[in-house]
Write a new protein. Structure first.
Length: 110
């Protein structure tokens, strides 16, 4: 799936303040309609997760899980925040967790 990236701090802040929040043990997902026909994704992985190698690994896994997810509804900004428990995950665990959060947020076509 193709998507744009959220890069600016004010864009993240807008999604945090105005968006809906969904969470589980591994991730927190914020979703906000953006009045466009594209999906914009932002990732937040703090130093609590570990050194840069672990942080970059979890970001790659999240990006891959989103890429493999079919049917994300266009017109939404999505920010995924990784929790500390997500540091040692496998790819299928990340994909399952994000799919559940996206379903709860009603962002996946069923």
């Amino acid at each position: 799936m193709k998507y744009e990236k959220i890069r600016r701090g004010w864009q993240f802040e807008k999604v945090y303040k105005e968006g809906s929040k969904y969470s589980d043990d591994l991730f927190v997902l914020y979703a906000l309609p953006n009045n466009t026909k594209e999906v914009r994704i932002g990732l937040t992985v703090t130093k609590k997760i570990g050194k840069s190698v672990q942080r970059n690994r979890i970001k790659r896994l999240i990006r891959e899980a989103i890429r493999l997810t079919d049917g994300i509804l266009p017109g939404n900004d999505i920010v995924v925040v990784a929790r500390k428990s997500s540091a040692k995950l496998k790819c299928y665990q990340v994909k399952n967790s994000l799919n559940q959060l996206l379903r709860r947020a009603k962002l996946i076509e069923t």
